[in-house]
Design a protein around this ligand. Sequence first.
Ligand SMILES: *[C@@H]1O[C@H](CO)[C@@H](O)[C@H](O)[C@H]1NC(C)=O
Ligand SMILES: *[C@@H]1O[C@H](CO)[C@@H](O)[C@H](O)[C@H]1NC(C)=O
Ligand SMILES: *[C@@H]1O[C@H](CO)[C@@H](O)[C@H](O)[C@H]1NC(C)=O
Ligand SMILES: *[C@@H]1O[C@H](CO)[C@@H](O)[C@H](O)[C@H]1NC(C)=O
Ligand SMILES: *[C@@H]1O[C@H](CO)[C@@H](O)[C@H](O)[C@H]1NC(C)=O
Ligand SMILES: *[C@@H]1O[C@H](CO)[C@@H](O)[C@H](O)[C@H]1NC(C)=O
Length: 392
Amino acid sequence: MNVVLASFLLALVWPSDGLLWRQDAQRDAHPRLASLIASLNQTARLKLGSGARSSAPYLRSLEATLLAMAQNTSQIPSQLLHGVKSDVMTMVSNELKPRIITEHSQIQSQIAEFSGLFAKCEEVRGVGLNESYSEQQAIPVLIANHKACRKQESALQDRLSACRTALQSSRLVDASTCESARLLDRIPEASVCSALNGESAEAYHQRMLDVFRDRLKNIRIRRLLCQNTTGALHLQESACDTQAREVEEQRTSCNLMQRQLDASACDLSMSMNTTCSKYQACRSQATLSYDLVRNTVKARESNLHDEWKALKHIECILEAMVGSNIMSAAQECGRAIYSVAHLMVVYITMPPCQACEDLAEVPGTADYNATVFADIPANAPVTECAASCCFT
Ligand SMILES: *[C@@H]1O[C@H](CO)[C@@H](O)[C@H](O)[C@H]1NC(C)=O
Ligand SMILES: *[C@@H]1O[C@H](CO)[C@@H](O)[C@H](O)[C@H]1NC(C)=O
Ligand SMILES: *[C@@H]1O[C@H](CO)[C@@H](O)[C@H](O)[C@H]1NC(C)=O
Ligand SMILES: *[C@@H]1O[C@H](CO)[C@@H](O)[C@H](O)[C@H]1NC(C)=O
Ligand SMILES: *[C@@H]1O[C@H](CO)[C@@H](O)[C@H](O)[C@H]1NC(C)=O
Ligand SMILES: *[C@@H]1O[C@H](CO)[C@@H](O)[C@H](O)[C@H]1NC(C)=O
């Protein structure tokens, strides 16, 4: 008998409080039979012990006893022999075989559960990618809005530059008109009032009147001109100030848009990475525990096969013991091949581990700048990235 039978006899069905054999004083009269019963009893009681002890010695004696009995059944009353056979057969078919079949379906379902576990990992990944996908769809809109904002900022900046250029020339004009007003705005030198040679008093006064009228007119005109250009300059200045404020306001709102864009891209990159690490953790955990479980199941499966074959062998010997040609039938039992096809465990194939997806353009990188900030006008420059992934 196979030594592996020990494990099922230890682990399975034997009632712990002694065997259920019919107590039969007749059995004690036959030493071989008594020894068989005692072996079974000891094996059964082993189950109560630490579990570490092997029942192999008892099983070997069980097998030896059975074989010896098979050779010597003529000495045992046939009725007694049939009683023992029927007891053991009943035990084998009612308890030991069903236990093996139950345990086979238990280990089979342990393996089958892993299909679900691996599928769960794929689902974790799928859900994560779907979330990323909807986040991803929002980003092109943010990019386009930001770009339009910077273009508007650039146009306002152009207008402001033109305003400042005009302001510059207004300043020059104003400086020159007011300078010429200042030059004229003075009391003439005494020599202006001297009479010409031989000039009559009347001619002199007439000439002086003309000179002073001209001078006065010039003083007034120049002063008005200066006031006019200064007034124009102030208007220009305030126009440029207003435009500068508009540029600032536009820039503030573009910076805000950029911040939103950077943050969204950052979140997307982060959530893709999170999905990836969750998936990898899920896979490695599932793989690790599947390997562990598969190893124990394989060992258990192989034991179950051996146990099944051993039970079939016992049944065969018992059958031989009550037959007519005992010795040749017992030898047949030794040569027989017992199928364990119904006790094969079907193992799962692990689905291949998917490669991780991550965002190529992470804010702060050259790739991001090249993709997201392409065609941003130079006079409306983007601001520093303030998103969390720019500080790692
Ligand atoms: C089994 O062994 C125990 C303890 O040695 C004993 O009390 C019991 O009677 C035995 N049972 C049989 C069926 O021999
Ligand atoms: C049959 O059993 C008896 C006692 O149990 C033993 O003395 C004898 O040798 C056995 N015969 C055979 C053929 O094994
Ligand atoms: C992902 O989204 C697609 C289409 O929106 C859907 O068919 C699929 O079931 C989703 N997958 C998961 C895992 O949620
Ligand atoms: C300046 O003079 C021009 C005509 O010479 C006139 O049209 C304009 O209104 C004046 N501007 C101011 C601010 O006085
Ligand atoms: C995501 O992972 C990639 C690749 O490991 C890395 O370059 C990137 O910085 C990560 N993103 C974030 C937001 O940490
Ligand atoms: C990308 O642009 C930002 C401005 O938002 C700048 O601070 C950063 O240095 C750029 N990165 C690279 C790699 O060019």
